[in-house]
Design a protein around this ligand. Structure first.
Ligand code: NAP
Length: 502
């Protein structure tokens, strides 16, 4: 694997290009690969950082890995026989994404160090209408704009008084400096989500003292990770059909998890039992076990996979503070319980601005309408992708396109195929703009709301980033299965768009 490609004169921005993709993470790579495979080469990918990979480039905290099995967390069109473990470490996923971008010919289309600052739809005579993009490296005009800016790209920092005056180190989990050591330091980890449970056991081994601020206890189930034997990797390399079968099996296993989220019943009871048995097996102390028992229904938030999180707490290597961080007073992290913890380093594993993506404040459609205003009550898009009033805009991994029970890579691949199919058809038809009407978007949103009603994400009694606080709507997750998402988008890709495509 070679490293990132730095901006160079050969990577200057063209003044005009047919399609611009914003972001070179999994979404951007998937769309660009699909377009290139379809022969659509008039394409530029804007990437504000200096490498592809998105979330896997940024997240380098100790212990970072994926909790979806590696063979499922990979593009079906680029299987990888070389995963070292059943659950891939973050660095391997990043190397994989770099490799895919190179092998698919995406890398030369990426303009690194180029941030989208403003995107405006310009009306005009047929050939003049389109997007005008202002970037940190100049202006580009394009016909189609694909936003693949990521849903886990903007850290959410807690509004805690005194945090800005903390004299020690404050770091968000997604901004970890790999050269930083916490050896001998007193560390507070804020949050108990997927990032925290991965990093806490590693930080706790190095730090002099680690205290975990838990506002709400998560459900944790066994991870059962293991190294993949060399013989199996050799077999996978020699027989691509083996990997395809494995991916399909893992996909089906993950899909089975949806029923527990859809409604109460035996599947949900079994999942809850699995988590509570894991807690009972790993945490012998009844008081600690009580403090670690969630107060909401399982599946309402992401169900976490870990075999070393509870042991880090049960062994005393990390201390559980079972309340939120509410203030920082000089060198003390103050908990809602009133306890004060002297610390040198504060690690914010507090998640991301996912429901209100900052990029939406940079995109204006017809009549100057700001995407963030269109999404003022929560994100919406027909077919999770096309937004009324925003012609030739495609949103990838935006509204209702994520999952709580299966692989994000599979969902992104499905959506990328949809984007490519719609774009190809529009170009083949000579259609000037790709657009859906507001009624279609409203009907689509109402249908999704009806699907989401009664699911654990809305009834499970938790606060989660899947739900928009402003409207109480489930805006991040697709409420159905990944297979239903595939079928729906494949069907819609073959039908006329419900609106203007003239
Ligand atoms: P997250 O799930 O949003 O968790 C944020 C945590 O911070 C929550 O536990 C929240 O508590 C807590 N928090 C916020 N303010 C707090 C305060 N003042 N005091 C104490 N706690 C506070 O963020 P994340 O862990 O970074 O995960 C985000 C998403 O990234 C995941 O859902 C997943 O999709 C992805 N991810 C995936 C993997 C993977 O292996 N595939 C790994 C890491 C992340 P509440 O629960 O009370 O709100």
């Amino acid at each position: 694997m070679t490293g990132p490609v730095a901006p160079s004169p050969s990577h200057t921005l063209p003044a005009v290009v047919d399609t611009v993709v914003v972001g070179a993470g999994i979404g951007g790579i998937a769309v660009a690969s699909g377009l290139l495979r379809a022969g659509h080469r008039d394409l530029v990918v804007l990437e504000r950082a200096d490498d592809v990979g998105g979330t896997w480039r940024d997240n380098v905290y100790p212990g970072v890995a994926c909790d979806i099995p590696a063979r499922l967390y990979a593009f079906s069109f680029r299987p990888n026989p070389d995963w070292s473990r059943r659950f891939a470490p973050g660095a391997e996923i990043q190397a994989y994404l770099q490799g895919v971008a190179r092998a698919e010919g995406v890398t030369p289309h990426v303009r690194f160090g180029t941030e989208l600052l403003d995107a405006r739809w310009h009306e005009g005579p047929e050939d003049a209408a389109g997007w005008v993009l202002t970037t940190s490296r100049g202006v580009v005009r394009c016909r189609s704009l694909v936003l693949a800016a990521g849903r886990l790209s903007e850290p959410r920092l807690p509004a805690v008084p005194g945090l800005d005056r903390f004299p020690g180190t404050v770091v968000h989990s997604s901004a970890w400096d790999p050269t930083t050591s916490v050896a001998g330091a007193r560390v507070a980890v804020i949050g108990t989500g997927a990032s925290a449970v991965q990093l806490v056991p590693h930080v706790a081994v190095e730090a002099a003292r680690t205290v975990v601020f838990q506002r709400s206890a998560p459900y944790v189930v066994p991870r059962n990770d293991e190294a993949v034997p060399t013989t199996e990797r050799e077999h996978a390399a020699a027989d691509p059909a083996f990997l395809a079968r494995e991916r399909a099996t893992l996909f089906d296993q993950a899909e089975a998890g949806h029923v527990a989220r859809r409604a109460p019943g035996a599947a949900r009871d079994a999942l809850r039992r699995l988590a509570l048995d894991h807690l009972a097996a790993q945490v012998p102390d009844p008081a600690m076990r009580r403090a670690l028992t969630p107060d909401h229904e399982i599946g309402c938030k992401r169900v976490l996979l870990s075999d070393d999180y509870y042991p880090a707490l049960a062994s005393g290597r990390a201390v559980l503070e079972s309340s939120a961080l509410v203030a920082v007073d000089d060198t003390e992290a103050v908990a809602d319980s009133g306890r004060r913890h002297p610390v040198d380093v504060i690690v914010l594993a507090t998640g991301f601005a996912a429901t209100d993506p900052p990029v939406a404040r940079r995109v204006r459609g017809r009549d100057g309408l700001l995407l963030a205003d269109h999404w003022g009550g929560g994100m919406t898009a027909w077919a999770t992708t096309l937004v009324a009033g925003f012609p030739d805009l495609f949103v990838v991994d935006g509204p209702n396109a994520a999952l709580g029970h299966n692989s994000a890579v599979d969902m992104i691949e499905t959506q990328a195929r949809f984007v490519v199919a719609v774009l190809r058809r529009a170009r083949a038809d000579g259609a000037r703009t790709v657009e859906v009407d507001a009624d279609a978007e409203r009907r689509w949103t109402a249908d999704l709301d009806a699907m989401a009603a009664g699911t654990v994400w809305l009834t499970g009694g938790c606060r989660s980033w899947y739900v928009d606080e402003r409207s109480g709507r489930l805006t991040l997750l697709w409420p159905g299965t990944a297979r239903a998402f595939r079928r729906t988008l494949e069907r819609l890709a073959t039908q006329p768009l419900p609106g203007r495509a003239a």
